[in-house]
Write a protein that binds this ligand. Structure first.
Ligand code: AMP
Ligand code: MN
Ligand code: MN
Ligand code: MN
Length: 309
């Protein structure tokens, strides 16, 4: 069955696009195995998807098989942890040619960095009363996936030290707290370089979720562009429409392409694959119009979009 064509621009039509370029599986901190994320996409009408696990492409092969079976188009991808002026910044790499060259080596480094970082986080969690923190986080994560802050958050909840995940992050693991260890991550510019060199499109993930002022966000976007970054997530899950329009202006000024995704992690929450705020009418081009993704998916359903006439 041929896949639908995508609009060549955002004309303010609020109908869902069937696109989600930011989701997680059990290969990182998501709850569903890769094939089940794909199945959920298919069931929800999401026909163009990217699996963006933290610092790994380990789930992409399984997702790819499921996608072929279910008639979903999967873009190989990853969400990379980076550091910028002491802030943890995430970069999504959309990788039509997969993870290769410096990026493949970079992913090996990221896995080692995540291990070393987990040891530091564990020591800090022990100071606040979580004995054997590393073993307890591993128990939460299961034997396979690299440890992340959510595993420590779950361990804190399981030990009765905090009532829930939200409190675990607010008090101990969120931005600026003891468990927010960023020193192991490479600089933003380096990571962007890996993605670009691999033939991919570097996308600044959820620019509104770093607690930055508009001015600081502009500096982040400037540095991201200077490093070779090509796109940013204009819509990440649900966000205020005025804020989205303002972010669109910041992207337009820098000729960045716009990506969009739910940042789905687990079912039963307020987010699901494909669930996100509508994209307003904007001059910013959809990321699938980037030359590196052209040909990956069909475009040009302007005739079907009433606003385009
Ligand atoms: P890490 O990759 O180890 O830095 O962990 C970051 C992950 O923690 C994010 O990708 C989210 O999945 C999760 N996270 C961050 N903040 C919160 C929060 N306040 N509540 C629940 N999960 C969170
Ligand atoms: Mn996550
Ligand atoms: Mn992220
Ligand atoms: Mn994410």
């Amino acid at each position: 069955m041929p896949l639908p064509a995508l609009p060549t621009r955002f004309d303010g039509d609020s109908a869902p696009l069937g696109v989600d370029l930011h989701m997680h599986s059990t290969a990182s901190d998501g709850a569903l195995p890769p094939a089940e994320v794909v199945a959920l996409c298919a069931a929800r009408g999401v026909w163009l998807m990217a699996l963006t696990d933290h610092d790994t492409v380990a789930g992409v092969a399984e997702a790819g098989e499921a996608a072929t079976r279910l008639g979903v188009h999967l873009l190989p991808a990853v969400e990379l942890s980076t550091r910028w002026h002491g802030i943890g910044i995430h970069v999504v790499g959309l990788l039509p040619q997969g993870a290769r060259g410096a990026l493949a080596e970079g992913l090996d480094d990221q896995a080692r960095a995540r291990e070393a970082r987990a040891e530091v986080i564990a020591k800090r969690m022990e100071k606040i009363g979580l004995d054997d923190a590393l073993a307890r986080a591993r128990e939460q994560a299961g034997p396979h996936r690299p440890l992340g802050r959510p595993d420590f958050a779950r361990a804190l909840v399981a030990a009765g030290l905090v009532p829930d995940m939200a409190t675990a992050f607010r008090k101990h693991l969120g931005s600026g707290k003891a468990g927010d260890v960023k020193a192991h991550w490479p600089a933003l510019a380096e990571v962007v370089g890996w993605v670009v060199e691999a033939g991919g499109v570097a996308v600044l993930a959820h620019p509104l979720r770093y607690g930055l002022t508009r001015r600081k966000r502009g500096q982040l976007l400037d540095d991201f562009v200077a490093a070779g970054g090509q796109a940013a997530e204009l819509v990440s899950g649900f966000q205020n429409a005025d804020v989205t329009r303002d972010l669109a202006r910041q992207l337009a000024e820098r000729e960045l392409y716009a990506s969009l995704g739910s940042d789905f992690h687990f079912p039963g929450g307020h987010l699901a694959p494909g669930s996100m705020s509508p994209v307003p009418r904007t001059a910013v081009s959809p990321v699938w119009m980037h030359p590196r993704l052209a040909g990956v998916v069909a475009t040009g359903c302007d005739a079907a979009a009433p606003g385009a006439l």
